[in-house]
Ligand binder design. Sequence first.
Ligand SMILES: Cc1cc2nc3c(=O)[nH]c(=O)nc-3n(C[C@H](O)[C@H](O)[C@H](O)COP(=O)(O)O)c2cc1C
Length: 406
Amino acid sequence: MTLFKKESSLLQSLTLPCGTVLKNRIAKAAMTERLAGKNHYANAKLSHLYGKWSDTGAGLLITGNVMVDKRFKEASGNIVVEDESGLKAMQEMTKEGTRNGNHLWAQISHAGRQSTIFSTFKPIAPSAVQLKKMMLFAKPKAMTEAQIEDVIKRFVTTASICKKGGFTGVQIHGAHGYLISQFLSPKTNLRTDQYGGSIENRSRVLFEIIKKTRQAVGADFPIAVKLNSADFQRGGFNEEDALYVIEKLHELKIDLLEISGGTYENIVFLTKRSERESTRKREAYFMDFAEKIRRVTKIPLMVTGGFRTIDFCEQVLDNNELEMIGFARPFLADQSFPSSFVNRDSERISDAKFNFKIKQMADFAEAGFYDYQIHQLAKNKPLKPNYSPTIGILRFLKNELVKGWF
Ligand SMILES: Cc1cc2nc3c(=O)[nH]c(=O)nc-3n(C[C@H](O)[C@H](O)[C@H](O)COP(=O)(O)O)c2cc1C
């Protein structure tokens, strides 16, 4: 059965620098699934979920955070890959998740100071700078050089096992305030050794991971990076820093750069709008920054955040502003996305609205709401757009608590 019935620039294939071909320009961006059990392996629910997402026709699926160390997770239900013990379950998941000739990449990550108290009371980070949000994060310990070397090795090990487990590429998570992003930001990285200070030093961990991962997975295996355009924090990682990192990533021949922005302190990756008057009417986030990247490098580029109309998506591809478009929440707003979108049955995707007075509660309401939708899909149940965000908060906290502590 043909899913896509109209011609669209979203349906053109893309050849990456490593030679891999993506069948179209539609990417399902990372969304943490929180579906793994106590062993943190892939499982039947994850296999089912990724099988369903493969059936949508998207050319690229990127998993949610896959952690390199079970002590420092983003959420209690994350997949963790430290060794090959979960390989069989992973192979099952990747078989389902690639059943339509699409790619399935693992997003490899370490939460650092953004590891909640449900995972650890002793997080590690570049420096002992605590994340103060709803008392959910303990004060981290500054990492020793040996711990930094261990983390670099873990990223490489996880990437190699993911390749063996059938993932067709990896994405290194360098955005949203997780460990690599903590190294990149002068606000969270106060080190005075070779990993702190200048942007050259702050980006050392990321570059070491890329170089060593490339050696381990070979020249023809896609390696992508998700990077913030900026943290949107005073004294944090800024666009000038990001442009330096991007030029180097181009030299290191990564295959795809995904641009996002923000951290848990300012979740602009879910809310950002363009700041320039001339471009504010452009719906997607970070497009102003994509323009700046284009001026300095030709790195294959994907932006995620806020793409909601088919006309706008086609326009940015036709203008060669981007090579790929990342969508996250649209995959949870309409089960027939992206075919209904490309076929112009629904030319605009609408987001759920969360009107919580306390901003931080709104973050949790949103997390709880979307978490529930993902779990519905994984259980082969329909999406529920009228699900109560208040119940979402309670459900989310209960799940983290039960999976994390009991
Ligand atoms: C429920 C949910 C979970 C997310 N989990 C992750 C994640 O694990 N890793 C990541 O890089 N981004 C994550 N994000 C951010 C998305 O990848 C994306 O950057 C953001 O939702 C903006 O895109 P959108 O406007 O198309 O939703 C998540 C977003 C949502 C809504």
